[in-house]
Design a protein around this ligand. Structure first.
Ligand code: ME8
Length: 519
């Protein structure tokens, strides 16, 4: 199928708060989303992949004041740091959206007017315990007074203060039944199941109307027709997904092509915003709903939550410098089943680097390619008749695309990688058992066949590894004589490597991790 025949694919990350600099949790999310976007492109889809920064709200304004900056200056500085992170991580986004972009103001005001026209927005007064950090109000029962005499949210342990303001409200209570009907009709709307179930139970307990404007500060998108209010930051934040598709021009080519989004990739702390508020806003505005909200877990450093005060916040760039970019990308997607919480530590990363990458993949490629360079005039050898073992291995590798597709469809990255590495493990066992270095002296035709089969598996694996490890896979495909373009797309998996293909001199692709020498 050509890309014209395959459905367009729109995927997003959450947009990060640029009141601080990026950490490994942010890196984890963009890496996973990037792998998914690359997979779909290689599988022939036209992809639109968006990431960016969420720049409004009181928290931004206050963080800026502390630094003696305006909110926009802080946003400019830190948004650039997030963009740089994406570049450092090889993220293939199509747009880096900032909620201060002019087209985003237009989109946010347009959706507001639609919700208002539908009778879902009304003016009232809001009083309650407000957490600046969470940008959320809490009912008294959900707060506690601590030893310092101050009141905190029980759930998030953030300071709350009594706040009263005139506010516009969104009639969220009117959407309870519609949301439950949505979840019923689309059991895959939220994933994984356990995290989606939490959302469903929350909705079943009853929904209250939502305060969606603020008058106590002005760093936000003005409410159309009542400019002393700015929109609650989550209204404009969620709307970024529509802005990217070209909203409010619903007749534009991009909107028709990419809306509704295929999947929003987000972390577990913001599942309610995405699986409750967002579909309710869209229903109110008469817009189609995203097909899926994929909720990933949190990463902890050796089981310890990352926090500035503990000094264990790792900058993504330091990680990449230490272990290598593709190694980090592989580790995060292989080690932690996407959706679950995960922990990382030095030993676990080195383990994956050395055993999965250097030994299982790198060595196999290097050993087979070096033998071909020395014994087959640097060309893919002509195989003899395949034995049952050869055939079984080739079939196993040939089936990997379907397995990977099924797994990626559900963002089960670790399952896809596990299946691929099982085939690599079997190929290593095959290589050791067939011992082509012995056959070199006894049966050259059989040696050629074994090398051919091995190269063919390595080629298939390198093609499939591209979404996760783009640059290492490209290097491998290069030394396998597979030029950029159609030969690297998933459609090429079904077309076996051509005997006689000239191969450049092999270069090792996956180094072992060596501890730096003591200073
Ligand atoms: O929530 N491990 O922004 P944010 C994994 N602006 N993921 C993590 C993480 C961790 N330790 N810490 C954070 C916001 N994340 C809003 C989103 S979307 C319309 C607005 C994830 O900078 C988090 O769950 O706090 C979220 O998906 C993303 O990083 C950005 O978090």
């Amino acid at each position: 199928m050509t890309s014209a025949e395959k459905s367009p694919f729109y995927i997003t990350t959450a947009i990060s708060y640029p009141n601080g600099v990026p950490h490994i949790g942010h890196a984890y999310e963009v890496i996973a989303t990037d792998a998914m976007a690359r997979f779909k492109r290689l599988d022939g889809h036209e992809v639109f992949f968006m990431t960016g920064t969420d720049e409004h709200g009181l928290k931004m304004q206050q963080s800026a004041e502390k630094e003696g900056l305006t909110a926009k200056e802080l946003a400019d500085r830190n948004s650039a740091a997030f963009k740089q992170m994406s570049q450092d991580l090889g993220i293939s986004y199509d747009r880096f959206i900032r909620t201060t972009d002019p087209d985003h103001y237009a989109a946010s005001q347009a959706i507001w007017k639609k919700m208002e026209a539908n009778g879902d927005i009304y003016l009232s007064k809001y009083e309650g315990w407000y957490s600046v950090r969470d940008e959320a109000y809490y009912v008294e029962d959900d707060t506690v007074v601590k030893e310092d005499g101050l009141r905190y949210s029980k759930e998030t342990d953030t300071l709350v203060t009594w706040t009263a303001e005139e506010s516009y409200f969104f009639r969220l209570s009117a959407y309870q039944e519609k949301l439950l009907a949505l979840y019923e009709a689309h059991p895959d709307f939220g994933a994984p199941q356990s995290r989606f179930n939490e959302v469903i139970s929350f909705v079943k307990r009853g929904l209250e109307d939502l305060s969606i404007s603020r008058t106590t500060f002005d760093w936000g998108v003005p409410v159309p027709g009542d400019e002393k209010h700015v929109m609650y930051v989550w209204v404009d934040a969620l709307t970024n997904y529509l802005t990217g598709a070209g909203y409010p021009d619903t007749e534009s080519e991009s909107f028709k092509k990419f809306w509704p989004a295929d999947v929003h990739i987000i972390g577990k702390d913001i599942s309610r915003f995405h699986a409750i508020y967002w579909p309710a806003f869209l229903m109110s505005a008469g817009l189609e709903l995203p097909k899926r909200v994929m909720i990933h877990g949190f990463l902890t450093n050796n089981g310890v939550k990352m926090s500035k005060s503990l000094g264990n916040v790792v900058a993504p760039r330091d990680f990449v410098e230490r272990y290598g970019l593709d190694q980090c990308r592989f580790f995060f997607l292989r080690e932690v089943p996407f959706g679950a919480d995960g922990s990382y530590n030095h030993e676990a990363i080195v383990g994956r680097m050395n055993s999965d990458l250097a030994n299982n993949f790198g060595n196999l490629a290097q050993r087979s390619l070096s033998m071909v360079a020395k014994n087959c005039e640097g060309k893919v050898p002509v195989p003899g008749a395949f034995t049952a073992e050869d055939q079984a291995l080739l079939e196993q590798a040939g089936k990997l695309l379907e397995t990977a597709r099924g797994a990626f469809e559900k963002q089960e990255f670790s399952r896809a990688l596990e299946a691929i590495w099982t085939v690599l493990g079997d190929t290593n066992a095959y290589f050791a058992e067939q011992a082509p270095w012995v056959l070199r002296k006894t049966d050259v035709e059989r040696m050629n066949t074994v090398l051919y089969v091995t190269l063919e598996v390595v080629r298939i694996v390198a093609i499939l590894a591209q979404p996760v490890m783009p640059s290492s896979s490209a290097k491998l495909l290069e030394v396998l004589g597979q030029p950029e373009g159609p030969a690297r797309l998933f459609t090429a998996i079904a077309a076996p490597i051509q005997p006689g293909t000239e191969l450049p001199a092999p270069v090792p692709v996956f180094p072992r991790y060596e501890e730096p020498a003591e200073a």
